[in-house]
Design a protein around this ligand. Sequence first.
Ligand code: ADP
Ligand code: MG
Length: 356
Amino acid sequence: MAAITLRELTKVYPNGVRALDALDLEIADGEFFALLGPSGCGKTTLLRTIAGLELSSGGSVRIGDRDVTSLPPGQRDVAMVFQDYALFPHMTVRDNIAYPLRIKKVGKADRQDKAARTADELGLSALLDRRPGQLSGGQQQRVALARAMACHPQVFLLDEPLSNLDARLRLEARTFLKRLQRELGVTTVFVTHDQAEALALADRIAVMEGGRIRQVGTPTEVFRRPANTFVAGFIGSTPMNLVPARVRGDELAVAAVRLPVPEDVRGELTDGEQVVYGVRPEYLDYSPEPASGALTGQVVVVENLGSFSLVSLDVPAEEPDAGATTSVQVVVPEGREPEPGDTGWVTPRPGRSLIY
Ligand code: ADP
Ligand code: MG
């Protein structure tokens, strides 16, 4: 097992696309680490550059105490599971799992034995003689994991391994993957564009945008204290409300209401400064009655999400921008939903607001 250290890692493709931009990152030994970001932000490129399937244009990759920047994939002691699993369709499950051992010139009896044991650990023993076409998506995914595990690599690289599974299977596979990683304790880098998956699985998360890392932290840290509005908008099952606001002495003019400046940023703000006031829809309380310190506006959309509804209000902006409105979303528990057209009041819970 090993830590991974990336220093000023840069990848420019021949077509000029800068997919990784002087990226610095440290992943600890044994960590379950998620790379999270929108499509095209460079997640797959980063994984392939760690694996050695792409050569970097600058910077370095260290795995454990070795600088592997210019080593070929076979000498890096990593195993990658691809998004589409990339199983060999003409080979049985047994031969698929044993394939990397064959490449490593492990003897036949030994590799069949190792493949069988790995298959057993992943609950695949009954399927050893089948071909990939005779397996469900979830089973194929396990075979791909087994093939990666058979060599006992120092590092696992998983590129959106759950994205081809349907919603129910994905939840099962999540639990399975987390348990497996705990048991093996192998440093694992897991790529996903699904923030819920990253929050549920990872010890730590790096949020990427445009070939750079915008924040690294535990799920709690990136959820509670997103470092910037990009992370704030990307993390959470509903995006954070980001409302233009202005500093007025000790207060913040948010839309037409004055709110106290949050304690942690008092003293850092200057009077008259334009900022962005951030609060999650889960941390706003909705009321059909006027409430002090509440933002008020008209309900425009009520989205039923099962045990709660997501209610969007159009909130009129502050005086100078009279006529303009800001959209604010609030989570309202089942049975208390308003109707579109109603006037509503939303109050932020203390200590839950962020200023950008
Ligand atoms: P992600 O996995 O986050 O969706 P990628 O790493 O696949 O992102 O891509 C990052 C950027 O690099 C994108 O702009 C993509 O179009 C570009 N890109 C990826 N692979 C290649 C390639 N082989 N040649 C040129 N550009 C590429
Ligand atoms: Mg990708």
